[in-house]
Design a protein around this ligand. Structure first.
Ligand code: XMP
Ligand code: MG
Length: 193
């Protein structure tokens, strides 16, 4: 099919309406967050990064490499009930921690905080296991959409209320591999069934 052939030959970058945060800006900010976390946790002698799959993937590995102390990494996966883009606040645990976090210094690593309901749930879930401390590190924050009061201890960027993709964030499981944060053309949203 000719149309499909043309579709597959174009660059994924052509699907973007605009770039909100460049790869360079992300790398610079991640380095700064890594330095800040290093300064805070090196004196404590312990750090466990808990990444929230899958959106955290790129941020987690870059952040870990920007932190200069021996650290441990673990991952959890959650899913909101329902198919809407609006978070319901009801969170299902798809993959829990492998690590016993009692007495550990834990930092949750999230791609984006939107309503805050996912993190509010996760925070309560982890606090019940008595970590020595629990902080939150998020790459992106949409403050205009907040419904739960969540303290963000380490933040990359505030962004406007637009659906973003790239650097771990997806649309229909795609575009996570973009090195920047961008907004898709409307034709992309409307082309999927
Ligand atoms: P809440 O509303 O509970 O949800 O803070 C946060 C989760 O919603 C997803 N999310 C997005 N995913 N682009 C995405 O690819 C976005 O602009 C966006 N806004 C929210 C994301 O999974 C996040 O963990
Ligand atoms: Mg997601």
């Amino acid at each position: 099919d000719v149309a499909m052939g043309i579709e597959r030959e174009h660059s994924m970058h052509d699907d973007m309406a605009k770039i909100l945060i460049t790869a360079g800006q992300i790398q610079e900010r991640v380095r700064a967050l890594g330095a800040q976390i290093t300064a805070d946790y090196r004196p404590l002698g312990d750090l466990l990064l808990v990444g929230v799959l899958k959106g955290c993937a790129m941020f987690m590995v870059d952040l870990a490499r920007a932190i200069d102390m021996p650290l441990a990494m673990d991952f959890i996966a959650t899913s909101s009930y329902g198919k809407t883009t609006e978070s319901s606040g009801v969170v299902r645990m798809l993959k829990d921690l492998d690590t016993d976090i009692a007495g550990r210094h834990v930092v949750i690593v999230e791609d984006i905080i939107d309503s805050g309901l996912t993190l509010a749930y996760l925070r309560g879930h982890l606090l019940r296991r008595n970590p020595a401390s629990l902080r939150i590190c998020a790459l992106l924050n949409k403050p205009s959409r907040r419904r739960a009061d969540i303290p963000i201890d380490y933040l990359g960027f505030d962004i406007p209320n637009e659906f973003v993709v790239g650097y771990g964030l997806d649309f229909d499981e795609k575009y996570r591999n973009l090195p920047y944060i961008g907004v898709l053309h409307e034709r992309i949203y409307h082309s999927t069934a």
